[in-house]
Design a protein around this ligand. Structure first.
Ligand code: SF4
Ligand code: SF4
Length: 137
């Protein structure tokens, strides 16, 4: 499974190799989406953790034991409908079929309920109309 999490590091943890430990000791794959960390200051990290559920829970407990706050995050994808030229590139990329174009009007339709926030449409759109937002839950 993949969990999207925001990690808040207090000052005294930013110079410790906690993320390295998660990968090496807890066998969790980490995909860092955004990082604001400087040694000697508080830091925050937005990352996807990939492993089975038990390992992710172990990793979160390890971070908590080391003073790091961990909160789940939801992501929401949106696009600028007004600038869309209905080219269909994003439809081909969207395997969950959240994005569709069909007769008779051939206008892009976005079913947000089907969106799994995989971000493939962000790369597929030639006009870069998609954006992803994150919110703590
Ligand atoms: S983020 Fe993925 S699932 Fe959501 S609209 Fe884009 S391609 Fe489809
Ligand atoms: S790829 Fe971009 S311009 Fe083309 S249909 Fe999708 S959102 Fe519209």
């Amino acid at each position: 499974m993949i969990k999207k999490l925001v990690l808040s590091f207090p000052v005294d943890t930013t110079d410790r190799p906690l993320i390295y430990d998660l990968i090496r000791v807890h066998d969790v794959s980490i995909n860092i989406l955004k990082a604001e960390i400087q040694p000697g200051k508080t830091g925050s990290l937005l990352a996807e953790f990939e492993a089975d559920e038990a390992k992710i829970e172990e990793a979160i407990a390890y971070l908590n034991d080391n003073g790091v706050m961990v909160n789940p995050v939801s992501s929401k994808v949106s696009y600028d409908k007004n600038r869309c030229i209905n080219c269909g590139n994003c439809v081909s990329a969207c395997f969950s079929r959240a994005l569709t174009i069909a007769a008779p009007d051939w206008i892009l339709n976005f079913d947000t309920e089907r969106c799994i926030a995989c971000k493939l449409c962000l790369k597929a759109c030639p006009l870069k109309l998609f954006k992803i937002e994150f919110a703590e839950i």
